[in-house]
Write a protein that binds this ligand. Structure first.
Ligand code: ADP
Ligand code: ADP
Length: 227
C-alpha cells in the first residue's frame, strides 16, 4: 500500500496556480526527492501532504486516509501522529533543552512525560547527541540542532518523514552528517520525502527524483545513490 497518493492536485492562490495537476505515489520505504526552481510549487506540495493546507482540487491520501475527509482537529492529530517534519531552520523551542524539545512531540499526543523523556533520550542516543540532552538550542551547533529536530520528528514513529531543505542552513560538514542520518533512516525503512535545491542531498539520500516546474511534475527518474 502506498504511504502517499496524490491525485490531480491543484492549489490556487488568487490568480496563481501553485500546483497545476500533480499526481504522485510514494511507497513504503521510498526516498523521494523533489527538485525544481524557486516558486515551482514544492513547498505547497509538501504542505498539502502534511495536511497543513487544503487543495483547490484533487486529493491526498496518506496511509489510505483521504485528508480531504478529515476536519481541522483531525488534521492536527494526523500531523502529530503520522507525519514527522524537519525544516531548514529547525523550529526548535528556544526555552526548552534538547531532550524536552524532543519529548514534547510525544507529550502533545498524550504520552506521559516520563515515557516521552525515556523515548527522547533513546532517540538522542541513536542520533549521537545524548550528551547534549540538557543543552538549550542557542548553545547547540547547527548540525546538532537539526539532529534534535530529526529526533523530534521521529518521536511518534511517523509513517512519513518530510524534509524541506534540511541542509539549507548548515555548513558542508554538518550538512553531510544530516545527509548520512537521513540515508541511514531510509535504509532502516523510514519513508522519506524531501524538497531541496541541493543536487548532492538528492543524489545521496533519495532513490527517486521528481522534477517540478510551474506547478507540474516535469520528470521522474530513479537514482543510483552515490553513498
Ligand atoms: P517553491 O517551494 O517551489 O519555491 P511554493 O510552493 O512556495 O514554491 O510556491 C509556488 C507558487 O505559489 C509561487 O508562485 C508562490 O508565490 C505562490 N504561493 C505559495 N504560497 C502562497 C501563499 N500563501 N499565498 C500566495 N501565493 C503563494
Ligand atoms: P498547533 O497545532 O498549535 O498549530 P503544532 O503542534 O502543529 O501547533 O506545531 C507546533 C510546532 O511544532 C510548529 O512550529 C511546527 O513546526 C512543529 N511541528 C508540528 N508538527 C510537527 C511534526 N510532525 N514534526 C516536527 N515538528 C512539528
Amino acid at each position: 500500500q502506498a504511504v502517499v497518493r496524490v491525485s490531480g492536485l491543484r492549489k490556487e492562490y488568487g490568480d496563481t496556480a501553485a500546483l497545476n495537476g500533480v499526481s504522485l505515489e510514494i511507497g513504503a520505504g521510498d526516498a523521494v526527492a523533489v527538485m525544481g526552481p524557486s516558486g515551482c510549487g514544492k513547498s505547497t506540495l509538501l504542505n498539502m501532504i502534511a495536511g497543513l493546507d487544503r487543495p483547490s482540487a484533487g486529493s491526498v491520501h496518506v496511509h489510505g486516509e483521504d485528508l480531504g475527509r478529515i476536519n481541522e482537529t483531525g488534521l492536527a492529530l494526523f500531523r502529530r501522529r503520522r507525519i514527522g517534519m524537519i525544516f531548514q531552520f529547525f523550529n526548535l523551542v528556544d526555552d526548552l533543552p534538547a531532550i524536552d524539545n524532543v519529548a514534547l512531540a510525544a507529550q502533545l499526543t498524550g504520552t506521559p512525560a516520563r515515557q516521552a523523556r525515556r523515548r527522547a533520550l533513546e532517540l538522542l542516543d541513536e542520533l549521537g547527541i545524548a550528551d547534549r540532552r540538557n543543552v538549550y538550542p542557542a548553545a547547540l551547533s547547527g548540525g546538532e540542532r537539526q539532529r534534535v529536530a530529526v529526533a523530534r520528528a521521529l518521536m511518534n514513529r511517523p509513517a512519513l518523514l518530510l524534509a524541506d531543505e534540511p541542509t539549507g542552513a548548515l555548513d558542508s560538514h554538518a550538512g553531510e552528517q544530516v545527509m548520512d542520518l537521513l540515508l541511514d533512516l531510509n535504509e532502516l525503512g523510514q519513508t522519506l520525502l524531501l524538497v531541496t535545491h541541493d543536487q548532492r542531498l538528492a543524489t545521496r539520500c533519495a532513490s527517486r527524483l521528481v522534477t517540478m516546474a510551474d506547478g507540474r511534475i516535469t520528470g521522474e527518474r530513479t537514482l543510483e545513490r552515490t553513498a
